[in-house]
Design a binder for this molecule. Structure first.
Ligand code: WT7
Length: 665
């Protein structure tokens, strides 16, 4: 593998993982009634076009496709060629037309206790139609881009579906991102309208969003109108409203007609752009289109969660600002017509049992969350969850990073009462939908392994030359065949798309995911994490270069290097090494806080380094490449590895001798 992996540590992890011999068979009753059974693997492999055509039949098409897949211009795929459909119609209208208008689509739970709303499919249809009409009045037409920067309130979903209804690709920006990050995304995709809210509730208090949109508007001239939901009622400040641009949601949407006839779009019409970090400082706008994406989201949600839409109550704790929220809060679940919970706030507000209370209150049956959350609950102990009746749960899901076996077993035991299969789902913003996962009614789960590619998906672990590695060996995780919900390109940058994902194994035509993985002796896959300069902090993707650029934009900083260090809570944590400019002297007593606040302002709180070390030099090879491997050794307090390729070997002594400074405030 590349310079980025730490061989000694990877070997250690592998050795530990392979000692894991616990197995959890699917419950017999679940297996007997499972949506997807073992024969699906062979069926899909025998004729993948036919398999995907069957999956696409889950949707309502205005016009059927002529061809399942056109891969003649690889790696630019076209799925369900010639077909037309509307994603919003598929997520809303058709359920009402089928007689399910009174069914609850969303049990919304605000963070303040008792601030709840139940929204039926019929109500959702009315509100999405109103929002589509309002956006049309604000000048949004088919093909125009709309940015959405919102808290976890129903209007966020309504806004996304209204955009889909108009064929106006949305780009949802996570509410925790800074004004700068918002501005660069708006600018890159040329969004002319922003949908936002005055704020949302986080940790028991209103947290403002609108001021960041105002600030972003000073950095880009693309925005024509801002549609604002009044959620918290907080004061917008003296210059916090611009009559020429800002429009209240309750005025514009509230007064709009609930009638909106939707148009069918080509299967390859852009549905959304989701920005994610890559190995350079510039985030990539991952483009997903309509028919294939919706097919992938609906199929996987049905298969991986064994969804029974008549009886299940589903809850995914992700934020709609990430791809998980797109595929497994909005498009998959709503296309499948399920009832789901949507929660606005933090897990411990007003007290540590809030999530478990919600599961008990709504009798949640399917629950999807991230390992970082599970680990934080593990630390608190079983007493809190044990107070709640969670016997309704039947399947638990995990996503975002490898789940360590202890966290898996704790999740299954304490939250799932040992009855529930745990599905460890591997996928990416780029893949659009789950790729590697156990099937709850088929697979005997191994704690820590995502197991095998689901039916229809072909994944493998290969060596440097692209050869499949034998069982028991490690290598690079690749996808060997195109799949319907795959990204189509990087917005505005076809070359970067080809370069980033398809050049590493060009000869074989494999999609390279950026992850390292191991096949165990049974051939099951254990994902080990990124092999590039991408970190995974609490299941969120961050680029080392992006944070380095943020640091270097500070006037006192000459140079910086950022690494992801193993962290017991967040999986990885950001550790930054900084060389100050000569004129900055020692930077002053507040330098670490100053730099940490700076990163927070430039990117957002999630990118804030755990530690910042002020160093005299950085370890570089003779060709000037920073040896992050050595910096990771220091950050993880390990013996420093091989320094032979360093231009100046004494540098590591200087760095190790320095004091690390935690940024915790
Ligand atoms: C990266 C993708 C998928 C939605 C959330 C993150 C890591 C994700 C797993 C898993 C091991 C995982 C990978 C991947 N990852 N799920 N179950 N086991 N690693 O989406 O921000 O696009 O990040 O998250 O490293 O490449 P993302």
């Amino acid at each position: 593998m590349s310079d980025q992996s730490t061989p000694s540590q990877t070997e250690q992890t592998l050795a530990n993982l392979l000692k894991e011999d616990r197995r959890f068979e699917p419950p017999a009753a679940l297996a007997a009634e499972a949506n997807v059974k073992a024969d699906a693997y062979d069926e899909a492999a025998a004729d993948s076009d036919a398999f995907w055509a069957t999956q696409a039949e889950r949707l309502s098409w205005d016009k059927k496709w002529d061809q399942v897949l056109d891969w003649s211009n690889a790696p630019f795929a076209k799925w369900f060629v010639g077909g037309t459909l509307n994603a919003s119609y598929n997520c809303v209208d058709r359920h009402v037309e089928a007689g399910n208008g009174d069914k609850v689509a969303i049990h919304w739970v605000g963070e303040p206790v008792d601030d709840t709303r139940d929204i039926t499919y019929a109500q959702l249809k009315d509100e999405v139609s109103q929002a589509a009409n309002a956006l049309t009045d604000l000048g949004v037409g088919t093909g125009d881009r709309v940015a959405i920067y919102m808290p976890m309130i129903p209007e966020a979903i309504v806004a996304m579906l209204a955009c889909a209804r108009l064929g106006a690709p949305h780009t949802v920006v996570f509410g925790g991102f800074s004004a700068d990050a918002l501005a660069s995304r708006i600018d890159d995709c040329g969004a002319k309208v922003v949908v936002t809210a005055d704020g949302g509730y986080r940790r028991g208090a209103p947290s403002a969003l609108k001021p960041a949109v105002d600030e972003a508007r000073t950095k880009t001239d693309k925005v024509e109108k801002v549609l604002v939901v009044r959620r918290t009622g907080q004061d917008l400040g003296e210059n916090g409203w611009d009559d020429a641009v800002d429009v209240w949601w309750h005025d514009a949407v509230g007064s709009a007609s609930t009638e909106h006839a939707c148009e069918a779009f080509d299967s390859e019409h852009p549905l959304y752009v989701m920005y994610t970090s890559g190995t350079t400082g510039k985030p990539k706008g991952i483009l997903h289109t309509t028919g294939g994406y919706l097919t992938g989201a609906a199929y996987t949600h049905n298969a991986v969660f064994d969804l029974k839409p008549e009886t299940d109550v589903y809850w995914c704790t992700a934020d709609i600002g990430w791809v998980t929220g797109h595929s497994y809060i909005v498009y998959g679940p709503l296309a499948n017509g399920v009832t789901q919970v949507l929660y606005e706030g933090t897990p411990d507000s007003p007290e540590r049992g809030r999530w478990w209370q919600i599961i008990a209150d709504y009798k949640v049956t399917l629950f999807y969350t991230a390992p970082t959350a599970i680990r934080s609950f593990m630390k608190q102990g079983p007493d809190v969850p044990d107070r709640f009746d969670m016997s309704s749960l039947r399947i638990l899901g995990s996503v975002g990073e490898p789940i360590n076996p202890e966290a898996y077993v704790w999740y299954r035991h304490v939250i799932g009462g040992d009855r529930t299969p745990v599905v460890d789902t591997w996928w990416q913003t780029e893949t659009g939908a789950v790729m590697i996962s156990p099937l709850p009614g088929v697979t005997a789960g191994k704690p820590g392994s995502a197991m095998t590619a689901i039916p229809g998906i072909s994944a493998d672990v290969v060596d440097d030359e692209g050869n499949s590695v034998p069982n028991g060996s490690g290598g690079y995780l690749v996808v060997t065949k195109p799949w319907p919900s795959m990204l189509r390109t990087i917005w505005g940058d076809d070359d970067r798309y080809v370069d980033t994902y398809w050049s590493r194994f060009r000869k074989q035509g494999f999609y390279f995911a950026g992850d390292g993985a191991k096949k165990d002796t049974d051939g099951d896959i254990w994902v080990l994490g990124r092999v590039d300069d991408v970190m995974n902090v609490s299941g969120h993707r961050l680029s080392t270069t992006e944070i380095e650029s943020a640091l270097v934009s500070h006037p006192k900083v000459a140079e910086s290097a950022v690494v992801g260090a193993t962290d017991p809570d967040t999986g990885q944590a950001v550790v930054a090494y900084v060389i100050l400019r000569e004129e900055a002297g020692d930077g002053g007593p507040e330098i670490v806080k100053e730099l940490s606040d700076h990163v927070r302002r430039e990117i957002g709180p999630i990118a804030k380094p755990r530690e910042i070390m002020i160093v005299p030099e950085l370890p570089k090879t003779r060709s000037g490449k920073i040896m992050r491997r050595l910096l990771r050794d220091v950050a993880e307090k390990r013996e420093i590895g091989d320094t032979q390729t360093l231009a100046d070997a004494s540098i590591m002594d200087l760095i190790s001798a320095g004091q690390s400074t935690s940024t915790e405030d």
